[in-house]
Ligand binder design. Structure first.
Ligand code: 8ID
Ligand code: ZN
Length: 354
């Protein structure tokens, strides 16, 4: 009962319009390699990373033609023959995250930074992703979805949620500390507001517009600054955090402007978590003040398999809830436009069977 063809959104070249087709071939169970599985997708979130991949604006280029998408949830409908010790079985509900495969045997994998495995496959980038009705992934990296969790609620935890969860976990911020979240009204940011609040952090949300402001404050932010209307961002941020600035910042904005002043507003001893990935951007930090303020700068890249489980577990217990609207796959192009203009509040989750 696995169809031969499916609906899929295909990027043929970075400047051609996105194509949604009904006749894209489905890899059949007999063609799966050991370790691979076929997942019938229910839904997929749309991450700003998918827009970067679509535009080809990063130093690393995606495969072409490309099916994007890396926040998918669906059911395992086939496992490749001769797969050994599969942690998932037919009928299991699983999530597809950005890291689709890692070797689990290199130094990085052994140390738990499998996201940086040199043998990795990335969903919707180096291998076709979740903007289709069926996706081929790897049994070792698909993530079990907690039984009590709705698939649409779970989808964006698989990238946006995991990413900010891990960045917060390694930010060294702890209960009672101030955390600044530039990008707070976006997909990653609005989940960061909630994970941070659940950690007992005091959240300063930074983004723009009335709708994002309302969302951030509703989700637990204690203070809000609109980066478009603030006349002196550094001063406003420092003052908002008891006059000393935030203990840490997790930057999830897709513009380098959001990074520019972090060294200036962070409290001495503060940590900058680098998460948002603006195109063609360099991080410029004043060396003198980085040293004399004892600032640490950390790159934080999605999360490993354990981070994914932890982020989902927290969400499944109702501590974090993705704020999203549901749309059909045909709305992907307009969703990209919305992300480009900064108009998407929270997330868009696509219904793959619609
Ligand atoms: O592993 C990682 N590091 C990782 C994982 C997933 C995504 C990194 N990302 C990257 C994406 O590739 C993208 O570059 O994080 C960035 C944000 O992804 P997103 O949350 O999916 O994007 P969004 O929903 O468009 O949210 C971005 C928000 O930033 C705000 C926008 O208004 C929007 O709400 N923003 C911008 I653009 N400039 C800002 C500024 N100067 C700003 N907020 C504060 N200050
Ligand atoms: Zn993503």
């Amino acid at each position: 009962e696995i169809p031969k063809v499916q609906k899929a959104a295909i990027v043929t070249t970075t400047d051609a319009p996105l194509k949604v087709v009904n006749n894209h071939p489905v890899r059949q169970p007999k063609d799966l390699k050991p370790g691979e599985c076929l997942v019938r997708l229910e839904c997929s979130g749309v991450c700003h990373t998918d827009l970067h991949a679509r535009k080809g604006d990063w130093p690393l280029k995606a495969k072409l033609p490309l099916i994007g998408g890396h926040e998918g949830v669906g059911i395992v409908v086939a496992v490749g023959a001769h797969t050994q010790d599969s942690p998932v079985n037919l009928g299991d509900r699983v999530g597809i995250k950005w890291l689709a495969y890692s070797c689990l045997d290199c130094e990085q994998c052994r140390k738990g930074i499998e996201q940086s495995c040199p043998n990795q496959q990335l969903s919707g980038f180096t291998t076709d992703g979740t903007f289709s009705q069926y996706v081929v992934s790897w049994v070792n990296h698909v993530t079990p979805i907690p039984a009590n969790m709705d698939s649409f609620e779970a989808a964006s935890i698989l990238c946006a949620g995991v990413t900010v969860y891990r960045a917060l976990k390694y930010s060294k911020a702890h209960i009672g500390d101030w955390i600044a979240l530039p990008g707070a009204g976006g997909g990653l940011g609005h989940l960061a507001v909630q994970y941070a609040t659940d950690m007992g952090l005091r959240v300063l949300a930074i983004d723009t517009g009335e709708e994002k402001k309302e969302l951030c404050l509703k989700l637990g932010a204690e203070r809000w600054i609109d980066f478009n209307t603030s006349k002196d961002l550094v001063k406003d941020i420092v003052e908002a955090c008891d006059g000393f600035g935030p203990h840490a910042a997790v930057v999830t904005a897709a513009t380098s402007a959001a990074y520019a002043q972090a060294i200036d507003y962070l409290r001495p001893g503060g940590n900058l978590m680098v998460v948002g990935l603006p195109a063609h951007a360099a991080l410029s930090a004043d060396i003198f003040f980085t040293v004399t303020k004892s600032i640490s700068i950390y790159g934080s890249y999605v999360g490993n398999r354990q981070d994914a489980r932890e982020a989902l577990d927290i969400a499944s217990r109702g501590k974090v809830k993705c704020y999203f609207v549901t749309k059909p796959l045909s709305a992907l192009a307009e969703t990209y436009e919305g992300l480009e203009k900064g108009e998407i509040v929270g997330r868009v989750v696509l219904n793959m069977q619609d």
